[in-house]
Design a binder for this molecule. Structure first.
Ligand SMILES: NC(=O)c1ccc[n+]([C@@H]2O[C@H](COP(=O)([O-])OP(=O)(O)OC[C@H]3O[C@@H](n4cnc5c(N)ncnc54)[C@H](OP(=O)(O)O)[C@@H]3O)[C@@H](O)[C@H]2O)c1
Length: 369
């Protein structure tokens, strides 16, 4: 069994990381690290979220302050805030592979942004990164959680029909903003109908999740636009050549707990019918099953196609929260080469912790862990 340390263990994603590693056939939970606020406390006392699914022997462990040391870790899963990750992830990567859900290093040229089913060949960059930086480990980030559903749903379309343009609007869950947001939303919930509040025309209104929709998420849209092209890019001669099509989006927060829903409009290079798109997803599922079906965290289906709209409360946990749920695939009034659909991806699981564990599993099978 290989020990995996968790940076940011007491947060929304860290908690999911513990869950994804608990009872894992290849990995076990190693040291739990968090801020000085949590260090020295048991995980049970430090974590403010619902830890009922965490086994008592892990809940009773003492959280450590972040300080790199080998500690016999085979790998590290990082779920730190980005600024802290920028400082600490390289310190750990000197000693062991770091699979990260943070944005700290996603845009560096020698760092891939990995989604197992989409760009496994990009892991070649990890070997050159490791050599060039002279580290025992490397930095292997996963994308932003909103990018995951978009990239997973676009990949089969791009491979079969080409993509010329993409427009996306997201409806993102509160857990995407971390444990403080989850706690704030819980405090804001009131019985009855949410009452209108006085308009605030100039200042940014206080953060209000309950009964509200927030049409701006700091830094989210630039991340999605950049990452999706890197992930769907080609690995060639030691570099990633990003995909070349414009992506535009609005990223919006809605009062749901988990699962980011996105409305996507795609202009394809070749025209295609709804049935063509559905069979492209089926072919993709077949290929994923063949290549990644043996990884313990892989879903039965990489993409699940529904004839209705995916709904976060019903569908976010489908297939262990690891399948990308696509629904309402339709042709619109925009023209023959346009297709539209809704996609749902679990931001905490496929979009963060369990997706990162799946990457670790793949890296292990490729001799990189
Ligand atoms: N939430 C999602 O759906 C999601 C999805 C994909 C990626 N991400 C990314 O994952 C990372 C974690 O997100 P999250 O939602 O889990 O955030 P979170 O709930 O706020 O958790 C943050 C974690 O980092 C620790 N931490 C905070 N400041 C620290 C410091 N100065 N030194 C050491 N540890 C510190 C916290 O420890 P304390 O409890 O001690 O404060 C906590 O364990 C972020 O980079 C985020 O962008 C999140």
């Amino acid at each position: 069994m290989k020990k995996v340390g968790i940076l940011g263990a007491t947060g929304a994603v860290g908690l999911e990381g513990i869950e994804a590693l608990t009872g894992h056939p290849w990995f076990q939970v190693g040291n739990l690290y968090a801020s000085e606020r949590s260090a020295g406390k048991t995980f049970r006392d430090a974590c403010k979220l619902d830890i009922s699914r965490i086994p008592p022997e892990v809940a009773g462990r003492v959280v450590k302050e972040i300080a790199p040391g080998a500690d016999n870790l085979a790998a590290v899963f990082s779920a730190l805030p980005s600024a802290e990750a920028k400082r600490m992830e390289p310190e750990f990567a000197r000693l062991a592979p770091v699979v990260s859900t943070t944005s700290a290093f996603r845009y560096e040229n020698d760092v891939p942004v990995l989604i197992t089913e989409i760009n496994p060949e990009h892991i070649e960059l990890l070997r050159s990164q490791q050599q060039a930086r002279g580290w025992k480990g490397f930095l292997a980030p996963e994308p932003n959680c909103t990018t995951v559903g978009l990239s997973m749903s676009l990949k089969p379309i791009m491979d079969n029909f080409g993509v010329s343009r993409v427009v996306m609007c997201s409806y993102q869950a509160v857990s995407g903003a971390g444990h403080a947001a989850i706690e704030l939303w819980a405090r804001q919930r009131q019985p009855g109908v949410p009452q209108p509040l006085p308009p605030q025309e100039t200042a940014e209104p206080p953060l209000l999740f309950d009964g509200n929709v927030i049409g701006f998420i700091a830094d989210e849209e630039p991340k999605v636009k950049k990452e999706v092209l890197k992930i769907l890019g080609r690995y060639k001669k030691g570099a990633i050549i990003p995909a070349e099509f414009p992506v535009e989006c609005f990223c919006v927060r809605v009062p749901t707990y988990a699962g980011h829903l996105e409305a996507v409009f795609v202009e394809t290079s070749k025209s295609c019918s709804v049935e063509d798109v559905k069979s492209a997803y089926e072919d993709f599922n077949g290929r994923c099953k063949e290549k990644f079906g043996g990884l313990p965290s892989s879903p039965k289906k990489a993409v699940t196609v529904l004839d209705r709209s995916p709904q976060p409360r019903y569908d976010a946990e489908m297939d262990g929260g690891m399948t990308t749920v696509v629904g309402r695939i339709e042709k619109g009034a925009l023209g023959d080469r346009w297709i539209k659909y809704l996609v749902l991806s679990n931001n905490l699981k496929k979009g963060a912790a369990k997706g990162s564990v799946q990457v670790m599993e793949y890296l292990l099978t490729q001799g990189l862990l």
